[in-house]
Design a binder for this molecule. Structure first.
Ligand code: FE
Ligand code: FE
Ligand code: ZN
Length: 276
């Protein structure tokens, strides 16, 4: 089953996102839980959520992916920034329970000179404080391009975090094709090898979602600049080959390409056609 969608604006609520997704041929989507730069989330609108859940069931949507704000840095050196990460994370996970069984994706964080080891400890510490046994949400660590001091540039770095978390059954991984290419994984030449390595280090069951992006830069550039599908260094055929592998089947695949809604509609149609 192909679940394909894109990043949508959450400003008009969940039913509006569901309808917009359906209009552009999507059956999943991603959204920010609040302003990407941080700040307060809107109050929960239970009627809107109820209407969305009915709509999603009727339209056979897959799981949806909430994305934490970019300013959330669980590995920050400044305690105030870590406290903001903790409060945001905790509040977001509480809110996610209104949409049971979906995904909450976050960027593990940047260690800002403290070293990957220290950063890893800080990220695991926050996860150990915000995860709770009754939660139905799975928290996804996103694979990162390795820009600056970003943690999560390799499968090993993600594993080091997961290994330190008590409720690690609540954790999964969201694989971003632009980021792993920028991180040095050869998804063009050896896509099977990339997923074999993922399986060897993390276990393929941890793979829960995909961000489908081309990259403006060649492999191993550690830049993190997304390109439209087929307009970057990965190329359309390699991207399609990648998401056609059995391990990806049934996972929500979301575009985060530099597009307005019409561009997303076009790319979703391209992907669907190629996946037939
Ligand atoms: Fe992201
Ligand atoms: Fe991403
Ligand atoms: Zn990115």
């Amino acid at each position: 089953m192909l679940y394909i969608g894109c990043h949508l604006s959450a400003s008009k609520g969940f039913l509006a996102m569901g309808k917009q997704a359906a209009e552009i041929g999507a059956n999943t989507f991603q959204f920010f839980t609040r302003n990407p730069r941080g700040g307060k989330a809107k109050p929960i609108d239970e009627d809107d959520i109820k209407a969305y859940l009915e709509f999603a069931e009727e339209h056979k949507f897959g799981k949806i992916v909430a994305h934490a704000p970019y300013t959330l840095n669980a590995a920050a050196a400044d305690k105030r920034i870590r406290d903001f990460a903790y409060e945001t994370f905790k509040d977001d996970l509480m809110r996610m329970e209104y949409l049971p069984g979906n995904y909450y994706n976050f960027h593990p964080g940047s260690h800002v000179g403290q070293g990957a080891e220290k950063g890893t400890e800080l990220i695991a510490d926050i996860l150990n404080r915000v995860l709770f046994p009754e939660m139905t949400t799975t928290v996804l660590l996103e694979t990162m391009a390795g820009k600056g001091s970003e943690i999560g540039r390799s499968f090993e770095e993600l594993k080091a975090i997961i290994d330190r978390v008590e409720l690690s059954d609540k954790l999964g991984v969201c694989l971003d094709t632009c980021h792993i290419s920028d991180g040095g994984y050869d998804i063009i030449g050896n896509p099977e090898g990339v997923l074999d390595e993922f399986d060897r280090i993390l276990g393929i069951d941890r793979l829960k979602a995909v961000h489908l992006n081309d990259s403006m830069n060649p492999a191993e550039s550690h830049k993190d600049r997304h390109a439209k599908l087929g307009e970057g260094f990965i190329g359309f055929d390699a991207l399609i080959k990648f998401i056609s592998m059995p391990a990806i089947d049934g996972l929500p695949i979301n575009l985060e390409t530099p597009n307005e809604i019409e561009g997303y509609a076009k790319e979703i149609a391209m992907v669907k056609k190629a996946m037939l």
